[in-house]
Structures are given as structure tokens and as C-alpha cells.
Design a protein around this ligand. Sequence first.
Ligand code: URA
Length: 430
Amino acid sequence: MTAIEPFDAVDLIKIKRDGGELSAAQIGWLVDAYTRGYVADEQMSAMTMAIFLRGMVSTEINDLTAAMVNSGERLDFSGLSKVTTDKHSTGGVGDKITLPLAPLVASFGLAVPQLSGRGLGHTGGTLDKFESIPGWRADLSNAEMLAQLEKVGAVVCAAGSGLAPADRKLYALRDITGTVEAIPLIASSIMSKKLAEGTSSLVLDVKFGNGAFMSEFERAKELANVLVRIGNDAGVATRAVLTNMNTPLGLAIGNANEVRESVEVLAGGGPADVVEVTVTLAEHMLELAGMTGVDVGANLDNGKAMDSWRSMVSAQGGDPDAALPVASESHVVTATRDGVVSRMDALPFGIAAWRLGAGRARKEDPVIHAAGIDLAVKPGATVKKGDVVFTLSANDSARFDRALEALDGGWEIGESVIDRGPLIAEVITG
Ligand code: URA
């Protein structure tokens, strides 16, 4: 005998279409019925569009997040002797922060579980960057992940398919129905995966600017507020840091080159912007885990964060001393006049790196780990005609033209630098 369903999808769609509120029971049923295939894609498409147009109140967003968490397994870190703290970034160009951040925070005795993804489009994926390291593997069982957290403190691995499966199905549907950009849907999507992961605290790096998923500052702030509220309402101490993504982060954009740059940061060097974001996020993660007044930067200078990095890479089969892949072809772009680099826009550099092979256009495409862009200078630098501004790297020189096309108009040499605002714009503490 088939079970009687407690609701009818059409009734719920009409409630949201007309601007009404859905109850926890209605949302719980809808997500469950969609995950098991009872509610059809076309019905869920109508619902996501209704949510996009009408929005959701806080309780609905919390209920939607909880329903997506309940659609799959939850990780349990309660057996660990260490306090867990997690970070999530909405993604940006040259955003390699997880690489130095996870071992840095782990070097203070905390456990940092980073369940990450592969990149799609112009923002790179953390796993793609790590996979430049010979031997490193992303797929760990839950038991391996827990053992590594206990021993090393930091783990970066692929999020298993068991976490929030409703989100995966819903995200694929949003992607083809023009409903990705709805804040209730974005926020519940991000937070369902983080809550299912079971961390005790969470710092969100919400990016704004031309290279960010959400370019307008005010929209990014609205998203950050909703994310922080969902986390805190669910009992996870959550903060968001709004960071500027108008200019690529650091000098390296790609995969292997971003690993090299991260290792420089772990060795106490590296570009100032990468160090600032890494240290700021680490300070918030430590504070949320109860460690205040800590000199976070000290562990970059004294080698402790580097020791954590080496242990973390080795624990996942990687060789921290192995040479990283280098591209066979390069194309150097030089200054056409004397002046000051007035701007370098993140989005065109991200698209160009992607066209060089550093990112994928389709989920099943491989990435070319050696491909990418290395900036020789950042906005504000004084250059002379003929000085190197950046170098493109690829394994096939035929890729350079399309990458250069993306960069056309994306950077400029002028009389002075254009102010793109502070790197760390605001912190939302909830
Ligand atoms: N990242 C996610 O995980 N989900 C979204 O909806 C958008 C960005």
C-alpha cells in the first residue's frame, strides 16, 4: 500500500507564489518528497522561482536548511579530543586561503575539517589546487578523516555524496532554471552542508566585488547576515568576514602556482593580501573556539604552521617536497607605457586562467594543474615600459589568444591607482 502524502506540492507552490509562509512541516515534506522523487523537477522549479520572487522569512530559511541537513548523513566530531572549527568561502579569483589557513589554525591545537569541492567556472576549487601535489588524494572515508583530525588537526577532502543530498539535487535544478541567485536558496544551500558537517564554530569568508559570486557589497552583506543567523540559530557559533574580490587575491591564479604561493605564506612570506586574509580568518576561528589574544602570525614565522601543512599533505599521500607541475608554454605580458598599475580586475583574470586550463567548463573536464597566471605586480605598483606585468602559463600555446581576449580591458596602467576599498570590509558577528 502506498503511503498517503501529507501535502500536495501544487498547494505549497501556490502559497509561496501568493507571498504566503510555509510551515516547518510543509518545508520538511517538500524537501524529503523532492529528494525521493515524489515531487517532480517541474514542481520544484516552480517553487524555487516562487521563492526567488517572494523570498522567505527567517524561520522558513532555517526550516529549509534543517530539511536539507536531514536529507542525508551528519558527521559526528564529538569523539575528538580537539575543538572543531570550520571555514567556508563563497569563492574568488586566486582564493587559496584554505591552504595556509587550515594548517595554521591546526597548529594551535584545533581540528579543522575542510570538506571542499572542485571548481566550476572562473573561481577555482580547493581540491583542484591540492591535487597539483603529487600523490595527494581527496577521497577519504569518514574514519580516515576523523583519524587525521585527531592526529594532524587539519584535513581537506572531498565532501561525500551523503551530506545534504537534497542540496545537490536542488542546486542542479536552480542552475538550469535561473534561480541560483536567491539569498534564501544560497544561504540554505551553503549552511546545510556546513551544519551536516557538524562543526562547533564556523567563519564565513563572504566575498564581494567583480570576481565574486555576489558582486554588490550590499547583497553580499545581506547574504552574510542570513548565513550568520542560520548558523547561530542552529547552535554553531558563526561569524562572517566580508572580503574584497575586486582584484585577484595574491599573485598566483591557477592551481600549482597557488600551492607554491600558499607554501610561501606558510614559510612566513607571501603576498601581503593573502597573509592578511589568512591571519584575519584564523583569528576569528581561534576566537570562536575560545582562544583569544593569540599572536596568530607567530606560527607562520616560527615554522609551526608549516609543520602542520607537511603532516596534513603527507597524511593524504602527498609529498610536500615533490616538484609541482610546470607548464610547457608561457606568454609574458609587459607594460606598454611608464606609469602606475591602476587596476587589475579579478573577473577577467579568473576567466583567463580558466581558459588557460586552470578551471573546468563542465563537471567532467580535467583541470590542467600547471596552467594559470602569475602576476608580477599588483595595482599601485610603478612600472616602466617593457616591465613584466603578468605571465600566462599553459600546456598548449593555442590557449593564449582566448585568455588574452578575456584580459583585454581588464587591467590598466595610468597615473595613479584606483581605490577599490579595504580588503577586509566588515565583520558580521551576529
Ligand atoms: N554555493 C553553494 O554551495 N550553494 C549556492 O547556492 C551558492 C554557492
